[in-house]
Unconditional design. Structure first.
Length: 49
């Protein structure tokens, strides 16, 4: 196992969580989202970036 594999697995896991969050919330209407959902999506986007 190379040193980069665990990091890529973390990004993959975060990407899966992001897809799940985006599917559960209507992100076309951001003002309607609750603060917790916005923070969660923002954090996952930041992690995947």
């Amino acid at each position: 196992m190379t040193k980069s594999e665990p990091e890529s697995l973390d990004v993959y896991a975060d990407a899966l969580l992001l897809v799940d969050a985006l599917e559960r919330h209507d992100v076309t209407d951001l003002p309607a989202l609750e603060t917790d959902a916005l923070v969660n999506i923002y954090t996952l986007l930041s992690d995947v970036q």
